[in-house]
Design a protein around this ligand. Structure first.
Ligand code: ADP
Length: 378
């Protein structure tokens, strides 16, 4: 039997309260098209990140989901209800911003109680909820402090607790970890993620920090110039970028243009210089032009073999020690520059600047990122 909260389509509203849908939404400011017609679908309970460079339109998109900006066109649905013209406070959505916007004259407990007082909750229930929220973010000892007497990380945790204390199905975060120093930011990424999973709250976060997006998200929307470039799970976007922008923005990459030929039984990427590189490519790609990518950490460096010449050789232009990795820039025999990032370690063989190494990789690491077009050779 269908419950009262079941739509004709069979959608169970109770478990779908956190579903967010953006349908062909756009935003113009005069001549600026901040967001081009964009559609996103975020499932209830997912952690979604809008990732893009500064000015790409991600904050405008988040503000429209929050209700702080009105779309120029399109519709926004939360829990399958059209909220396009609903005021922010009526959307049942929690927010955390970079500037935590805590009330400076109220204690931590007072800040947490505020959203519940606004909703007319009885005092006993408020006290109970505030106690629970303080425990959730490990701040029970600091209930009577004022925000100015807290560290940045503690203020951030209060802001987070306040945003979710009224149990909204959706939480929106705008660069909310950006002001924290690196170590604290990394700790908070894990903490926020754990809390989000525990509460099963749909979360949409805006960031320009690709590592943060990779660490925290179930799904990432990569945005550039007001449009979604690619949608996917972190690992899919990292290993299978669909265009050069995504390849370059999410992690570091070596992008190579050429065409695919059949070498000695195996496909090869042939660069304009004539250099041939091992690649795994489908039969349909043979004879087509291609844009390919290889991640720096997939490029191995080893001494020249004793019994035969190296298949590929590179001279070290620059070698930088980064602690857990090295950054080694190589000039290949045709002049192509490649970045390799071998992991650190005392016992590892690595050539010095000016020295040569054999350069190799597993063919599957060189990935096609643009769909090849037959006959148009580079
Ligand atoms: P992001 O969050 O990715 O940095 P924004 O969404 O803030 O990008 O901005 C996208 C574009 O819209 C930028 O070109 C920005 O200058 C413009 N923009 C944003 N808000 C306004 C506004 N209130 N008035 C005019 N232009 C705006």
């Amino acid at each position: 039997m269908k419950s009262k909260e079941t739509l004709a389509s069979g959608i169970d509203l109770a478990s779908e309260r956190g579903a967010v849908e953006v349908r062909a939404v756009s935003k113009r400011y005069g001549q600026t098209e901040a967001v081009r017609p964009t559609s996103l679908s975020i499932q209830s309970g997912q952690f979604a990140t809008l990732l893009g460079p500064s000015g790409s339109g991600k904050t405008t998109l988040l503000k429209m989901i929050a209700g702080f900006e009105e779309p120029s066109s399109g519709a926004i649905l939360i829990g399958h209800q059209d909220v396009t013209h609903v005021a922010p406070q009526k959307r049942n959505v929690g927010f955390v911003f970079q500037q935590y916007a805590l009330f400076p004259h109220m204690t931590v407990a007072g800040n947490l109680a505020y959203p519940l007082e606004m909703r007319g909750m009885p005092r006993r229930d408020i006290n109970h909820a505030v106690g629970e929220a303080l425990e959730m973010v490990r701040l029970s000892q600091l209930a009577n402090r004022r925000p100015s007497d807290l560290s940045g990380g503690q203020q951030q945790r209060v802001a987070l607790a306040r945003a979710v204390i009224f149990r909204p199905p959706v939480l929106l975060m705008d660069e909310s970890l950006a002001a924290l120093d690196k170590r604290l930011r990394e700790e908070m990424q894990i903490e926020v993620r754990n809390l989000q999973r525990e509460l099963k709250i749909t979360t949409i976060a805006v960031t320009h920090d690709q590592t943060e997006a990779l660490v925290m998200s179930d799904v990432i929307f990569v945005i550039n110039e007001g449009a979604v470039q690619q949608v996917g799970k972190p690992a899919d976007l990292y290993y299978r970028p669909e265009n050069e922008f995504v390849a370059g923005f999410l992690g570091e990459s070596n992008v190579l243009h050429g065409h695919i030929e059949l070498g000695v039984g195996e496909p090869e990427l042939v660069l304009p210089s004539g250099m041939r590189l091992p690649i795994e490519a489908p039969a349909a790609a043979i004879g087509t032009s291609a844009v390919c990518m290889i991640r720096p950490e997939a490029i191995d460096l080893s001494p020249f073999p004793a019994d035969r010449p190296p298949k590929l050789r590179g001279q070290v232009v620059q070698r930088i020690f980064c602690g857990d990795t090295f950054r080694v820039t190589l000039r290949m025999s045709d002049g192509t520059l490649l970045l390799s990032k071998p992991i650190g370690g005392n016992s590892r063989w690595l050539p010095d600047a000016g020295e040569e190494a054999q350069v190799s990789w597993h063919p599957s690491e060189l990935t096609l990122i643009s769909h090849p077009t037959k006959g148009t050779r580079a």
